[in-house]
Design a protein around this ligand. Structure first.
Ligand SMILES: Nc1ncnc2c1ncn2[C@@H]1O[C@H](COP(=O)(O)OP(=O)(O)OC[C@H]2O[C@@H]([n+]3cccc(C(=O)O)c3)[C@H](O)[C@@H]2O)[C@@H](O)[C@H]1O
Ligand SMILES: Nc1ncnc2c1ncn2[C@@H]1O[C@H](COP(=O)(O)OP(=O)(O)OP(=O)(O)O)[C@@H](O)[C@H]1O
Ligand SMILES: [Mg+2]
Length: 239
């Protein structure tokens, strides 16, 4: 079992080396497990001087996240720069009605994408995404927000496997233990919004997409998959 994970780790490292080449890699680091794992994999795959890791807190960011960023910087040996986005959000609040927390959440995600692409432009680099297979299949990400990137190294890995691989690679334990959160509004947690536990979600998704069987509460997940089909396709174009 562990060998399978070791093989996956090796395959992702090879993928990162090949796809990034000599370019810079730019990525957003939240101190959540997905971005922490991707940064840990990058640190052992490419020239560390070519990694631009950016933490972009706002007023909802918890003190624990700031501390986990320090731990991650120590465990990877990489600098993580901080860009606070609250003032940018204030500008949006002055322009638009942001009273709907989900709409404001998507703006947060797209502000972060904007900052990452600024650095990719500046450095001649590529933006590294952190969407895992569970999020990809459910469309559980903001289109052109955290979904905006050039390379997706963990898109084939279910969330529950992200935890296992992070544990093998010794990502700081407080990051592994943290409850998954998109952090798009105060106390937003993935499993509350999805109304299901990630272990159950991954079991059902694996049954549908790997084993081609339908078990458990698959209807709701199938509905999310079908509703988000557009996020996995290029824009419809008339030629
Ligand atoms: N059929 C269709 N064909 C083509 N395009 C279609 C479409 N239906 C909607 N669209 C477009 O897509 C838009 C809706 O998509 P989008 O803007 O993404 O918005 P939406 O999917 O409604 O919201 C994003 C979801 O992802 C979650 N999220 C976001 C960020 C990070 C994380 C995380 O896990 O960290 C989770 C967030 O909590 C929320 O539940 C529509 O406004 C429309 O522009
Ligand atoms: N405060 C932040 N600073 C920098 N990047 C962020 C921040 N919040 C979100 N992001 C970016 O958006 C991505 C999507 O967020 P998501 O919550 O799915 O992943 P995560 O925080 O790494 O892990 P988890 O899902 O367990 O919270 C992050 O991986 C990161 O690249
Ligand atoms: Mg998060």
């Amino acid at each position: 079992m562990k060998d399978t994970y070791v093989d996956k780790i090796q395959a992702i490292r090879e993928f990162l080396k090949e796809k990034i080449g000599e370019k810079h890699a730019v990525l957003g680091i939240s101190s959540g497990i997905d971005s922490s794992l991707v940064l840990t994999l990058l640190a052992t795959s490419i020239d560390n001087n070519k990694i631009k890791a950016i933490f972009m807190p706002d007023k909802y960011t918890k003190q624990d996240d700031y501390e986990d960023i320090k731990k991650l910087s120590e465990s990877t040996g990489l600098d993580i720069i901080t860009v606070n986005i609250e003032s940018v959000l204030e500008s949006y609040r002055a322009l638009l009605d942001t009273s709907d927390k989900k709409l404001e959440g998507n703006i947060r995600s797209r502000i972060r994408a904007n900052i990452l692409y600024y650095h990719a432009n500046l450095l001649g680099g590529v933006v590294i995404g952190t969407t895992n297979r569970t999020e990809y299949l459910l469309g559980y990400y903001t289109k052109y927000g955290d979904g905006a990137c050039d390379i997706e190294p963990i898109e084939g890995i279910f969330k529950t496997d992200v935890w296992k691989i992070a544990s093998i690679l010794k990502v700081p334990q407080s990051i592994i233990d943290k409850k998954p959160s998109a952090g798009l509004w105060e106390n937003q947690y993935d499993e509350d919004e999805l109304k299901m536990d990630y272990h159950e979600i991954d079991r059902i998704l694996s049954d549908i997409f790997d084993n081609h069987t339908l078990n458990g509460k698959y209807e709701k997940l199938m509905e999310l998959y079908l509703k988000s089909m557009h996020k996995r396709e290029l824009p419809k174009a008339m030629n």
